[in-house]
Design a protein around this ligand. Sequence first.
Ligand SMILES: NC(=O)c1ccc[n+]([C@@H]2O[C@H](COP(=O)([O-])OP(=O)(O)OC[C@H]3O[C@@H](n4cnc5c(N)ncnc54)[C@H](O)[C@@H]3O)[C@@H](O)[C@H]2O)c1
Length: 364
Amino acid sequence: MREKVLITGGAGFIGSHTADALSKHGYRIRILDNLQPPVHSGKWPAYVLNKGFELVRGDVRKKADFLKALRGVSYVYHLAAYQDQRPDFSKFFETNTVGTALLYELIVEKKLPIKKVILASSQFAYGDGKYQCVHNAHPSPMLRRTRKFFYPEPRTERQFKSKKFDILCSHGRIAKFFPFREEQPLVPTNSYGLSKEALERLAFRLGKTYGIPTTALRYSVVQGPRQSPKNLYSGALRIFTVQALSGKPITVYEDGLQTRDFVNVNDVVSANILALKNPRTNFSAFGGEVFNVGGGKAYRVLDFAKLVKKITGSSSPILIGGFRRTDTRHAVSDIGKLKKLGWRPRFAPEKSVRDYVEWYQENF
Ligand SMILES: NC(=O)c1ccc[n+]([C@@H]2O[C@H](COP(=O)([O-])OP(=O)(O)OC[C@H]3O[C@@H](n4cnc5c(N)ncnc54)[C@H](O)[C@@H]3O)[C@@H](O)[C@H]2O)c1
């Protein structure tokens, strides 16, 4: 009998690609999704239909729905999430954190034989991350070495308004950013990031206590077809493509020099599958294993906007300005830990843009 995998949020972008790949690997697929607007319009998307997937419409916040979906499965990908930067703070925790607690509660309460849980976390859990003061104020080399790293609080409204976008050290100089590493402190800038940090912590704690192998994957900005243009959170590729193809100005926040790393959805899928198959992703001394899943290369957002403009052949101007209060200045992940297990990103952002633009033009 082929093993069954539950994918929560499987009608979405990453979940549906993961379902396709797992199905090719011989797993039976069940999807639990509440078909939440604005990503969905209340109907199952065509790309999950007629593929032999079992489709369960339900909500990860509802015990009866989640239990129904969990019966008879061996593995769970928990991808359903609320994602945005809106001020309905409680909804992030309700969906992302409480939903995850409910998953473990049901596994324990009903003694469900789940072999592994794989959780979608996010680069957003890091917040602004790790910085170094490069102003060598202290004459002692030892103090220079030990005192200059810091993990900044989110930038203030005042900073944004005065267009001082960079993270500054205590000397008022631009500090140096370090790509996110899994073991560093998490200082999320918003409720989404906080809800992801919290879900990781509780999943690792419960997973360890009750012997449920658990892996969390902190995705960077994921790109590719099926990334809903209605999802306000889906980031630069969606926004720039829609603007470029409609001839409207391509709007780049801050000064455009902020950096991101972009990862193709096919690379995310291969990381998801590795997490299911490789027991070295299960537990660490901290009670669970967490891995960054990123593109491995920093891009300036302005350069990315230029790339979208070039690939779409758009004559839209690129407008620089504005800001989003809880954006991070740089968000680039170090992917060394997952690479040690044999994974690496294979698809460059150019391919993601081409594939997304093609898909968008066919579907909208
Ligand atoms: N796309 C990215 O760039 C990115 C980056 C980092 C992390 N992630 C994480 O990866 C996961 C998948 O993201 P995605 O880009 O595929 O998003 P998506 O919006 O395309 O898919 C999410 C799916 O979850 C479903 N859903 C939402 N709330 C639900 C609920 N209460 N009950 C059941 N289903 C619900 C939605 O209907 C949707 O189909 C999320 O956990 C997200 O936080 C995504």
